[in-house]
Design a protein around this ligand. Structure first.
Ligand code: SAJ
Length: 405
């Protein structure tokens, strides 16, 4: 039976810890935040996901899942800590690998020969090598004494728990022994997903390339929406027609790109190769500028005396995740221009979100605010007949029934 430590109990680390515990491993979930650990010890989840709470409680009852702020020696360590970015001098994001480095130092202090260290966090190229170097320095072991692999997470929010078991898994490592050890570990939890192996740097680039591919494609849709606005063309109708071509599949323009993945990961490639990653940098900027473009268009058509209700604050449909949400930026820019702004985010129960009053859908229907349709939540689409009678700026093709943004 494997003894596993999972470092970082966020959106990925927590479901990962639970999944391994459900599959017979003894798991210690480790986080530097005492409050997160305290809540988890009491069986309280910080994230919402179908089936996760019952699984947490069952794993805790089995005695195979515990939470702590400190690490103990384990057969395998899975690092799932955050890799944030801060704005550099020129406004271009710079990655902060301090959490990864510090997790590697913690592991290095308890690491023993023959053990396996997995880096799951999404990282810039060559970070796995950096982790290996830190492990050697801290543990005093040499690289051939232990195993290191990069196994990027690739799950799509709200379905983490299922996808951890069903999605294909990329394993990147530079020795056959590390590949075999990582393969054996993930085989414990994969039900449908296949394991594909490569070297560490290819695995790093694979994850970044997937998210960058999506960002560039969304940027194309957003750029088209700006051009179509100037031409007086309905971009959603245009895309529907263009997508009739068997080789064309243009994505949907929206408020911009949010979340902590697609809006972040392309910068990891750009940071490493600023001269070469030209398209990648431009696409990021196109997507980042979309909220400002929309706020300016809304201000052109709505009198400043009219209260505006921004419909949907989450970064994508049907989630409660507000991280890097472009709708919040639209709210902020409209408020800056003197508008009174309220919001309706049905997936968040707080009465106020980011300083804006958060109305219920019933309030919205009873009031006469000017609506800015920012997110295609299912609950909004179900009310399309009523909502479309209202004064509305449609940022997402809501009136055409588009829901994928
Ligand atoms: N969006 C559009 N137009 C579209 C599609 C999406 O504007 O046509 C917007 C969404 O509204 C949202 C943003 O893009 O603001 C990102 O949403 P998403 O659903 O494209 O992606 P994420 O960030 O939720 O999840 C991605 C996934 N990667 C890919 O699809 C290649 C997921 O598999 C990764 O595991 C995840 O990033 C991650 O953690 O890296």
């Amino acid at each position: 039976m494997q003894k596993i430590s999972v470092l970082g109990l966020g959106y990925i680390g927590l479901p990962t810890a639970i999944t391994f515990a459900m599959n017979g491993c003894t798991v210690r979930g480790v986080d530097i935040k005492q409050t997160s650990v305290d809540l988890l010890q009491q069986g309280i989840l910080p994230i919402e996901e179908e089936g996760l709470e019952e699984a947490l409680h069952a794993a805790q009852r089995s005695g195979r899942l515990t939470f702590d702020t400190s690490l103990v020696s384990s057969d395998a360590y899975i690092i799932t800590v955050q890799t944030p970015q801060r704005k550099g001098a020129d406004g271009i994001p710079v990655s902060d690998l301090s959490y990864v480095r510090s997790a590697a130092i913690d592991v290095g202090h308890v690491l023993q020969a023959g053990q396996l260290v997995i880096l799951e966090s999404t990282v810039p190229p060559k970070t796995t090598q950096m982790v290996q170097d830190v492990l050697c320095q801290t543990s005093g072991l040499s690289a051939s004494d232990f195993h290191v692999a990069h196994c990027p997470e690739r799950v799509i929010p709200v379905r983490f728990f299922i996808q951890l078991r069903e999605n294909d898994r990329i394993i990147g490592a530079d020795t056959a022994a590390a590949l075999n050890a990582a393969r054996a570990l993930y085989s414990l939890i994969l039900t449908k997903g296949r394991i594909r192996t490569t070297n560490a740097i290819s695995a790093e680039m694979c994850k970044l390339s997937e998210n960058t591919f999506r960002d560039i494609n969304i940027a194309y849709a957003n750029e088209l929406s700006v051009i179509c606005h100037k031409l007086g063309v309905n971009v959603y109708e245009l895309i529907e027609l263009a997508n009739c071509h068997p080789r064309v599949n243009i994505l949907s323009p929206g408020v911009g790109v949010g979340g902590h993945c697609i809006a972040v990961d392309p910068w990891f490639i750009h940071e490493a190769f600023p001269e070469d990653a030209r398209l990648i940098g431009i696409a990021r900027q196109v997507n980042d500028q979309k909220p400002a473009f929309l706020a300016a268009r809304i201000a052109e058509v709505v009198p400043v005396s009219r209260r505006i209700c921004v419909m949907g604050l989450a970064y994508k449909p049907d989630v409660d995740d507000l991280r890097e949400s472009p709708s919040i930026e639209v709210c902020r820019l409209l408020a800056e221009q003197g508008f009174t702004v309220v919001t309706c985010e049905p997936h968040v129960t707080h009465k106020s979100v980011k300083g804006f009053d958060n109305l219920t859908l019933a309030d919205v229907l009873a009031n006469d605010d000017y609506l800015v349709m920012a997110m295609g939540h299912k609950v909004f689409l179900e009310m399309r007949a009523d909502l479309s009678k209202r004064d509305m700026y449609d940022c997402i093709g809501f009136l055409k029934g588009i829901s994928k943004v």
